[in-house]
Design a protein around this ligand. Structure first.
Ligand SMILES: Cc1cc2nc3c(=O)[nH]c(=O)nc-3n(C[C@H](O)[C@H](O)[C@H](O)COP(=O)(O)OP(=O)(O)OC[C@H]3O[C@@H](n4cnc5c(N)ncnc54)[C@H](O)[C@@H]3O)c2cc1C
Length: 276
């Protein structure tokens, strides 16, 4: 029986692992190599690392854990049950642990518009709070829907007054609702609408929120609030022994917050188990 099983090797999961391992708790990290961090073209706002690609930062985290002899296995988690502590079934193994840390992040939804996915990081951004800084007084558009569209608009309006909302066929307040045929990045981001008219922007932000892929946790009866896992001040869920941290718990979806919450969950586990 392991002391701690951590699902996710992004900033939240690795941060938790560093603390529990250093408190002499047997710790295993599982991941499927699909982190939001790997999609970040460049991280420029995290303490001490300067400019670094998301892919490199993700890898560095895993290397740091492995250097502490923490096993980090690439295995897709398929099922979690409450047996013998907690039982986690992956594509390759079955693990048992006294404590579980969920740090599986959140995938961002994307509409299937040609030119969108392939140009992320090249003038197309998934995160206003991360990249607004680069668009001071520039002409930007936000493509999205619902609450998230308007939330991202508020962030961008703080750096530029030239913000256009696009909603690709959906009726959204204050937006251009024409369907989009494709997006190209040449000198600027060129959006072509279904009626063949075009608009060019310095940057395009996507605001489709995050999709609820954490069905794994739903089967356990873990409580959520607005599609994010609800945790207490120790990052513990409503099920004792199951903790959640990072993007999964909502709030500000940033590396710094994920790292903090990983530490917070780990310290709570260490205290609960009477370790130092
Ligand atoms: C394009 C983009 C740019 C960004 N730019 C910045 C930035 O500049 N600064 C900043 O601070 N933040 C930025 N972010 C946000 C940052 O990447 C996230 O906040 C951070 O990665 C969250 O960490 P996490 O550990 O919660 O989740 P993630 O980093 O998403 O890690 C999730 C982990 O869970 C694993 N996992 C998921 N499902 C399973 C499963 N079923 N089985 C096994 N493993 C699983 C994955 O393999 C991964 O290891 C950006 C995000 C994006 C998408």
């Amino acid at each position: 029986m392991n002391d701690v099983l951590i699902l996710g090797a992004g900033p939240a999961g690795i941060s938790a692992a560093l603390y529990t391992k250093r408190a002499n708790m047997s710790t295993i990290v599982l991941h499927n190599n699909q982190s939001n961090l790997q999609k970040a073209y460049q991280i420029d706002n995290y303490y001490g690392v300067g400019k670094i690609s998301g892919k490199d930062l993700y890898q560095k985290g895993i290397e740091q854990a492995k250097a502490l002899s923490i096993p980090v296995f690439e295995e897709e988690v398929l099922q979690i049950t409450e047996e013998e502590g907690f039982t986690v079934t992956t594509t390759k193994n079955v693990y048992h642990a006294k404590n579980l840390v969920l740090a599986t992040g959140k995938y961002r939804k994307l509409p299937s518009i040609p030119g969108l996915k392939e140009n992320i990081g090249q003038g197309i951004s998934l995160c206003a709070i991360c990249d607004a800084f680069f668009y001071k007084n520039k002409k930007v558009a936000i493509l999205g829907e619902g609450e998230f569209l308007h939330h991202e608009a508020i962030i961008l309006q703080k750096v530029t007054s030239d913000v256009t909302l696009l909603s690709n066929g959906k009726e959204e307040k204050d937006s251009i609702s024409k369907k989009i045929e494709n997006v190209e990045v040449s000198s600027g981001v060129v959006v072509t609408f279904e009626d063949h008219t075009k608009m060019t922007f310095d940057g395009l932000f996507l605001a489709y929120g995050v999709s609820d892929i954490d069905t794994l946790s739903s089967t356990l009866g873990i409580m959520k609030e607005k599609n994010f896992i609800k945790v207490d001040e120790n990052n513990q869920t409503n099920i004792p022994g199951i903790y959640a941290c990072g993007d999964l718990t909502g709030g500000t979806l940033q590396v710094a917050k994920a790292v903090y919450e990983g530490m917070n969950a780990a310290l709570a586990i260490i205290k609960k188990e009477g370790k130092k």
